[in-house]
Design a protein around this ligand. Structure first.
Ligand code: NA7
Length: 548
């Protein structure tokens, strides 16, 4: 087994892995990035399904740290589609000559902390072993595909495909297609393929509230305006709650006269974007039941106005809280006015099995199909970690450490007992637009590593001591968990089943997996930790040796 020695190994070549590589190289470290994919992109490598797009607006779905790139990199529409995001990430990798530090088709199989030597030994699928001081995981929030537990999947003679493992050669033209699932992904697929397929049957368990995205080509004037204001825009993003490039409302629903409320909802609907609809008009849609119901009623009214067949419209209308990750679309509800598009409510007629020719539901009907698309989401966040063995100090795996109370961390990045393991967007990181959250994590990790490296140089040169380590203290993790609990208090998200709390995967621990306090407060928490002499970690400066 060949052993490869680097200062740091980064697992994942998406937004997080790319920026982390750039930062660690600039510290003068030797670094390798591995990814199970065949090339860069992370989420955007795998999610090539028809209609895949970011539902963050283009101007803030990118790195903020390259001013020249912000000014010059082209984007044609208000939203970036999957090929655009992938091309952008490839561009960054080429521009900074990062590819030579990357190794693809290489999956992390196991990682073991060697307490004696102060290194991680990381076994990968090629048989190689990486021996590194720092292990940075940039696994993404949503990378382990979740398949439905339906009997007979293997009997189906047509084609099946999960959206997160899309095969671009799968041609849907004139096919009889089913889509199971109507989250962000299902909504995008349905909207994109409805006019290409022969029939489209949407199997829906929980209808979702979706609002228009407002996508359109960008004008030269718009781009010039954005370019002229980029520094302020990115500053605002970092100091905002959700980082979507708009100012969140501080106006409570109840403080607005009833006749004006409808106008505000209408303006939000016309402008587009799911996060703007939820957080841009009123401050309390996600926390106040009456405000939430008003938003729900408004969207239901839009569904009723859009979908001509009242039976279809009724099935598409949700009645639970508007408190899942907010969705937006480019004409989802309109697709149900096509004769070739049907909706099956699986609460009325549950799927009993998949047969050789289609999907059978409880009233005996078999929906005859050529293709079944699983838009059934992900075993999110800790699902990405639990599938590999990551063994920390004392031989305990991360999976064992997180069992039974659910995944925990200090600031979404560090875990006690797992020295020098840094997670980009680990559990209890901010619930926000992802690139700015990633940037804060990468910058924090880089700062910690730079400091430890400096200590290491000093200790080796002057005292000849062993490696220094980054290791969070259990009480710091506990304190962060409590801060996360406080930030989620009163949120209707907590009362609504979704992947955010782990409800979507059978047997998964229902637990708080995000910090709901917003990006600005998250940044303040990170800064306070640094200002307070790296509070919550084993001492870095004064006591350089191992603690055990
Ligand atoms: P989501 O949001 O988890 O949506 C998955 C969908 O699949 C959702 O509608 C589920 O219904 C449905 N589902 C899952 N299993 C089944 C079964 N067995 N039968 C019927 N329907 C099922 O995943 P997405 O990929 O759409 O989006 C994930 C995130 O990616 C998104 O939030 C953005 O951040 C980007 P349910 O609601 O659980 O009843």
């Amino acid at each position: 087994m060949s052993q490869l020695h680097f200062d740091a190994l980064i697992v994942g070549a998406g937004f997080g892995g790319i920026y982390q590589l750039h930062k660690l190289l600039s510290l003068g470290l030797s670094v390798k990035v591995i990814d199970s994919a065949g090339d860069v992109g992370g989420t955007w490598y795998w999610n090539r399904y028809p209609g895949a797009m970011s539902d963050t607006e283009s101007f803030v779905y990118r790195f903020s740290w390259d001013q020249d790139d912000l000014q010059t990199y082209p984007w044609s529409h208000h939203y970036v589609k999957q090929p655009d995001v992938l091309a952008y990430l490839e561009h960054v990798v080429e521009k900074y000559d990062l590819r030579k530090h990357m190794q693809f088709n290489t999956e992390m199989v196991a990682a073991d902390w060697d307490d004696e030597r102060g290194v991680w030994r990381v076994e990968v699928s090629t048989g190689e072993v990486f021996v590194v001081r720092y292990l940075v995981t940039a696994l993404g929030l949503l990378s382990k595909a979740n398949y439905p537990d339906i009997p007979g999947i293997e009997d189906f003679r047509g084609e099946t495909c999960h959206t997160a493992q899309w095969r671009p050669e799968l041609d849907l033209t004139n096919k009889r297609v089913a889509v199971i699932g109507c989250g962000s992904t299902g909504v995008q697929v349905v909207t994109d393929v409805a006019n290409k397929v022969k029939t489209l049957t949407c199997f829906q368990r929980h209808p979702q509230y979706s609002v228009p995205s407002g996508d359109a080509p960008v004008s030269d004037e718009y781009r010039e305006h954005i370019n002229a204001h980029y520094p302020e825009i990115m500053k605002q993003v970092r100091n905002s709650v959700c980082g979507f490039g708009f100012v969140e409302s501080t106006t409570s629903y109840h403080s607005v006269p009833p006749e004006e409320r409808e106008q505000i909802f209408e303006a939000l609907w016309q402008k587009g974007n799911g996060f703007r609809f939820m957080f841009g008009g009123f401050s309390d849609i996600a926390t106040d039941r009456e405000a939430n119901e008003a938003a729900c009623a408004f969207i239901r009214k839009k569904i009723a106005q859009t979908v001509r067949d009242p039976h279809k419209a009724k099935k598409l209308m949700p009645h639970d809280y508007y408190a899942r990750r907010p969705l937006c679309d480019a004409g989802y509800y309109e697709q149900f006015n096509r004769d070739n598009v049907a909706i099956v409510d699986v609460n009325e007629t549950p799927i009993t099995k998949i047969t050789a020719t289609g999907i059978e539901v409880s009233n005996g009907t078999v929906h005859e199909l050529d293709v079944i698309i699983f838009a059934t989401g992900f075993d999110a966040i800790d699902g990405n970690y639990n599938r590999v063995r990551i063994r920390g100090r004392g031989g305990k795996t991360l999976k064992e450490y997180w069992d039974p109370r659910g995944p925990t961390s200090y600031l979404g990045v560090f875990v006690p007992g797992f020295p020098n393991l840094c997670m980009i967007t680990g559990p209890q990181g901010p619930f926000s637009n992802i690139p700015p959250a990633i940037e804060i994590h990468v910058e924090l990790i880089s700062q910690m590593i730079a400091r430890v490296e400096e200590n290491r140089r000093l200790s080796i040169d002057l005292q000849g001591r062993k490696n220094v380590i980054i290791e969070a203290l259990p009480e710091a993790e506990e304190d962060w968990l409590q801060q996360c609990e406080r930030a989620a208090e009163g949120s209707l998200f907590k009362e609504t089943a979704s992947w955010i709390f782990g409800n979507n995967v059978k047997g998964k621990k229902i637990a708080l997996r995000f910090y709901f306090g917003g990006l600005a407060k998250y940044r303040q928490a990170v800064q306070a930790m640094i200002d307070d002499q790296y509070r919550g970690f084993q001492p870095l400066q004064e006591d350089n040796g191992h603690q055990h």
